[in-house]
Design a protein. Structure first.
Lengths: 237, 237
């Protein structure tokens, strides 16, 4: 709805994001798949910069601001809200199926990764390996890391089960389900935590999404003081 | 899209839910606002009943199943997926504004309650007061409860700030933002934890939503062994 007359230039669309945030990554992938132009502000959100807190009182990335020349400004906070906004405003390259059952399956898997995977895996692994480092929160708790690894294997087994039946997670086309899964998993892969060898169908799926042009900028991400795994940007991992 | 020809009867639409689950409550309110008929299965989800796990491998309510006579069956898992399904399939009583900025604001607040409030408040208070009781998880941790109460006051202050400017949370009409907020808060109110006296605009907003026909069934909820506050079902609280 309300699609602008001319495509927005990069100067008219700004994404506030943090490179190693799985939720920010979903928006970067969706913008790439839809071939939309944008400029970035890398947000060290834990510093609670006043200008950013004014934009999003929840204090979390991603936030997308669209300021078409001569048109209304819109600021969209939260990954799911941004993804829905992009889907409704730029429907040309759909990332949701058109039938109700396909949409429901896609959204079930979005919730799977954004809630269940985020809580059971990233809530442990990224908390110990990433959040503690960037916020000076102390040394990693190895027991929490082992619990996260264990949960991660269960999730990969579930992906393997789905991908034995389907080309993409929610059906025969790439969708927001793949974007959610790949975003959460790609940050773990930065740390070398993904058990690719044990899950060949999942590895094949990830190699397909990793090869897409929309994924390129994610593979260039580095964060000072947080070394990345040797295979992180390797398409033949 | 694909709206059925005739409205579904209660026998054709089943909601699997848990009465004191804030996410299930959002769907019950949305079904009520849209005046849709449904039958219920009350799901003791922590028991992981095999038939329910087959329906939703994540093992969580709510799940909505629509089985129109002679039509395709659809099972929708996860509150947000169900709310989106209802909004797209039964648009007659919209619960999302029609303009992009209004939709973005509504979804920002949905995420605020489903992620931030859920993590900072219900993750403590409902974990200690509800989950531990139904799963036999030991006695409540008073320090966690005090942290939850403290966070709850901050969230009520934010609601008060919004409601000083607006009739409803996302604007001038009831929306999914109100439904999300009221669902999360109403479970706390079952336990008598909502600090109504200190936040008059928030209390007025809650009294408005509490008086709606869609809210009636929530006010009748009781769960064995979990006593509810004296004012829980009182419209003049």
């Amino acid at each position: 709805m309300n699609a602008p007359q001319a495509p927005l230039s990069a100067a008219e669309r700004t994404l506030y994001h943090f490179p190693l945030d799985p939720f920010s990554r979903q928006v970067r992938l969706a913008l790439g798949e839809k071939r939309l132009l944008w400029q970035e502000v890398i947000e060290r959100f834990w510093e609670q910069r006043p200008e950013f807190m004014a934009l999003n009182p929840a204090g979390l990335p991603p936030v997308l601001v669209e300021e078409p020349i001569g048109g209304p400004i819109i600021a969209v906070c939260d990954a799911r809200a941004v993804l829905d906004h992009l889907e409704e405003t730029y429907p040309e390259t759909p990332l949701l199926p058109s039938d109700p059952a396909g949409r429901a399956e896609t959204r079930r898997l979005q919730a799977w990764f954004d809630r269940k995977f985020d809580f059971e895996v990233n809530g442990l692994l990224l908390h110990e390996k990433l959040e503690k480092r960037i916020t000076g929160g102390g040394s990693p708790d190895m027991q929490a890391i082992r619990s996260g690894w264990n949960a991660l294997r269960h999730h990969f087994a579930y992906l393997e089960h789905l991908l034995d039946m389907r080309d993409w997670l929610a059906g025969d086309r790439l969708s927001l389900a793949d974007i959610a899964a790949a975003s959460h998993i790609s940050v773990l892969d930065y740390f070398g935590d993904a058990p690719w060898r044990e899950f060949p169908a999942t590895k094949l799926w990830y190699s397909k999404i990793k090869s897409r042009p929309s994924f390129r900028s994610l593979l260039q991400d580095r964060w000072p003081g947080i070394p990345r795994s040797a295979h992180y940007d390797d398409l033949d991992f």
